[in-house]
Design a protein around this ligand. Structure first.
Ligand SMILES: NC(=O)c1ccc[n+]([C@@H]2O[C@H](COP(=O)([O-])OP(=O)(O)OC[C@H]3O[C@@H](n4cnc5c(N)ncnc54)[C@H](O)[C@@H]3O)[C@@H](O)[C@H]2O)c1
Length: 297
């Protein structure tokens, strides 16, 4: 299979990630079919995408008729067979549950054309844990976008035990053709590249905070001014949602038993009282003030 053989992309799972991955493909000329089991998720996906694109119109980066053309390239359906029947490349972006992903891949294997590549956008699950339910493990790969996919440039392409060179090469090239910059990950390790590095930084940041070495606002300032990170680790946690970081750490701690992975008390306390970061208006910082101010423990 050659990159030019890819004419239609199917995206299954129209949540935070899938909706924007679909529109990113359409923005770069691909026909896309977007699938979800929930019809209202599909409606929400289209209306959110329209809003995102209309912001580009306001900024003079697109015209209204271009927005219309892009939206017309995306078909939505809650019938997976219909969605993937003539797809050359499928991106799976359903919930992060191994059993659900395995079920979806078994169905995709039956319903999608034999030549189609089946990619998972999973953040943690390596494709080898999914590929064995298909009859084409050489065509299964991780294509890991970052949130929000309309903005974030990076895509990690992860080779599994049986992923072919061709599948990796076509996936890397597809990422480029839809305006992203891919990196190749040659081995499956949980968290791939970015989330592993982020975890190491965040673990150290919590270690320093919990041991009274510095305040969280000074740790953020140190990363921003000393490492040129746009957001320090605590501001980033507030941005992504503290519950997401908390749950990921809890799961990881249950797996590894490593005290460095345990959710830090300063994080657990905030999550327990419902201070989940920007989405609730309070996390490590209070967003009702401008600029945001550090909160008490
Ligand atoms: N949110 C992030 O920051 C982020 C970043 C990179 C990768 N990811 C990965 O992307 C995937 C999706 O994450 P998300 O944040 O978009 O989740 P989400 O909860 O916003 O969306 C998941 C969607 O999948 C749908 N769904 C559930 N079961 C389905 C099925 N059997 N068939 C079709 N659709 C189904 C749900 O209705 C929902 O619309 C996960 O694997 C996650 O690890 C997430």
């Amino acid at each position: 299979m050659n990159i030019d053989d890819i004419r239609k992309i199917c995206v299954t799972g129209a949540g935070q990630m899938g909706a924007q991955i679909a529109i990113q493909g359409a923005l770069h000329g691909y026909r896309v079919s977007l699938h979800d089991i929930e019809a209202e998720q599909l409606e929400r996906a289209i209306s959110c995408n329209r809003k995102h694109l209309m912001r580009r119109v306001e900024k003079g980066r697109m015209t209204e008729s271009e927005v219309q053309e892009v939206l017309e390239r995306v078909d939505t359906t809650s019938d997976l067979g219909e969605a993937c029947a003539d797809a050359d490349f499928v991106v799976e972006a359903v919930v992060e549950r191994l059993d659900v992903k395995r079920r979806v891949f078994a169905e995709l294997d039956e319903m999608a054309p034999r030549h189609a590549i089946l990619a998972t956008n999973s953040s943690y699950l390596g494709n080898s844990r999914i590929a064995d339910v298909t009859s084409r493990p050489d065509k299964v790969v991780n294509m890991h976008f970052f949130y929000p996919p309309l903005v974030m440039k990076l895509v990690e392409v992860v080779r599994g035990d049986e992923t072919s060179d061709e599948t990796v090469a076509v996936t890397m090239e597809l990422a480029r053709r839809i305006g992203k910059q891919p990196v190749r990950v040659n081995r499956e390790l949980p968290g791939f590249l970015v989330n592993r590095i982020l975890r190491a930084i965040t673990n150290e940041a919590y270690f320093l905070l919990e041991n009274g070495v510095a305040s969280f606002e000074d740790i953020d300032k140190a990363c921003e001014l000393g490492l040129n990170h746009p957001l320090g680790p605590f501001k980033l946690g507030d941005f992504s949602g503290l519950d997401i970081g908390y749950n990921a750490r809890k799961e990881r701690y249950e797996e590894t038993g490593d005290p460095a992975d345990r959710p830090a008390p300063s994080l657990a306390r905030r999550v327990e009282r419902g201070d989940l970061g920007r989405k609730t208006g309070r996390g490590f910082y209070d967003y009702s003030t401008n600029p945001p101010t550090p909160t008490e423990d």
